[in-house]
Unconditional design. Structure first.
Length: 377
């Protein structure tokens, strides 16, 4: 049958996920370290608020003004910046925000700069929409980050740039000075600056800085999937500069109508639950330490010590040049599910894998035991 949209590659971690689910249904014990979904669910207060909303409604297409006001407060509390509720658009996760922003801000054929390694859906969504991802090889020297100097060296200037700090898959961060330099470079060359702040709050060294602390011109994307541990609730948000509110509202509204209503009602409670949510970071930090210490003993070398997010991107070149095959074999033979490096870096990702660290510490210990036995064979 005819299908003229651009072809895109799979999200390989999704393939691993489908196979892991099938193995789990067949009774195999799976350690799910492939997707970025915390094992712990949302906070109790979040679930209680959702239960109330299920009974009391609202039950329609609905936008929570209360949630937008709570997000305004969140920006004050976390970053000391003023963001009027009108500048906040609620979306079906960060994923929908990315689709709306890529569609609204760029024309077919326009070029958007991204870090490689980076989050695969940036590249694949841009390609599907007829925009052109310009992947910049951001290696160890720049701690895998797309910095202002990398952007400045790009000639001609791209039409947009997307950065994530903390980053997926490396967990490295951009500080205020680096974000400022990026914002200045974007202003100088009229580049749309998109800051994906989905891992904010999940940090191990210092706090994550928002692009809104250094510029009012950035488009900021965020979500309840990570810090608030609500990935399946499909709720995220955009903060947009005032001149773009109306246009982006039209894109978000036409594409997705409204975000899930129960999730919106529950998210107000989630934002009030900072202490409980921060408690989980202690476990993620413990898991991160354990893996950083033990993986090198198995010949698996983390490329950097992540400062945030809940991943460890590691070099497995001692064992393979094809991380996709490696991940499939590992899953079949041990039940450990990892994400292959080719997801994040289609050019050089062959000898890399990504470990997700927000499972329980017991699962990390089990994974290390199974890995050691498997690699020894
Ligand atoms: C960097 C980054 N951005 C966006 C997303 C999409 O998240 P969601 O649609 O669940 O909010 C993810 C998911 O893992 C991510 O890692």
């Amino acid at each position: 049958m005819r299908s003229s949209g651009p072809d895109i590659v799979p999200f390989y971690a999704g393939e691993i996920n489908r196979r892991a689910a099938a193995l789990s249904r067949a009774g195999q014990s799976i350690i799910p370290m492939h997707l970025g979904q915390p094992t712990r669910g949302p906070s109790e207060a979040t679930i209680a608020a959702a239960q109330r909303a299920l009974v009391a409604g609202p039950n329609g297409y609905w936008e929570s003004h209360e949630l937008k006001e709570r997000l305004t407060e969140h920006y004050r509390e976390w970053y000391g910046v003023e963001v009027a509720p009108e500048r906040i658009l609620l979306t079906n996760g960060a994923s929908a925000a990315l689709v709306a922003v890529f569609a609204a801000m760029f024309a077919t054929g326009e070029r958007i700069a991204l870090a490689r390694p980076g989050y695969p859906a940036y590249r694949n969504t841009l390609t599907a929409l007829g925009r052109v991802p310009v992947e910049l090889d951001c290696g160890a020297a720049s701690r895998y980050r797309l910095t202002a100097s990398v952007l400045a060296a790009l000639d001609p200037a791209p039409h947009g740039v997307v950065v994530a700090s903390p980053a997926n898959p490396t967990g490295t961060m951009l500080d205020a000075a680096e974000l400022q330099a990026l914002a200045d470079e974007c202003k100088r060359r009229d580049i749309v600056f998109i800051s994906d702040e989905i891992y904010h709050g999940v940090t191990y060294r210092g706090r994550s800085v928002s692009a809104l602390e250094v510029t009012q011109d950035a488009i900021v994307i965020n979500s309840f999937s990570k810090f608030c541990r609500m990935p399946g609730w499909r709720l995220g948000w955009l903060v947009v500069p005032p001149p773009l509110i109306e246009k982006l509202q039209m894109y978000v509204g036409n594409f997705f109508l409204t975000a899930p209503n129960v999730a919106q009602a529950a998210a107000v409670a989630a934002l009030g639950d900072g202490n409980e949510l921060r408690g989980a970071i202690i476990e993620y930090a413990r898991n991160r330490e354990l893996l950083l210490r033990e993986l090198p003993k198995l010949g698996i070398l983390p490329v950097v010590e992540p400062e945030g997010a809940f991943y460890i991107y590691a070099d497995v070149s001692r064992y393979t040049r094809s991380s996709l095959e490696f991940c499939h074999q590992l899953l079949e033979q041990t039940g450990i599910a990892l994400a292959p490096g080719v997801d994040f870096d289609p050019v050089g990702g062959g000898p890399f894998v990504r470990f997700f660290t927000a499972v329980s510490t017991h699962e990390i210990e089990q994974a290390l035991e199974r890995l050691e036995k498997w690699l020894a064979r």
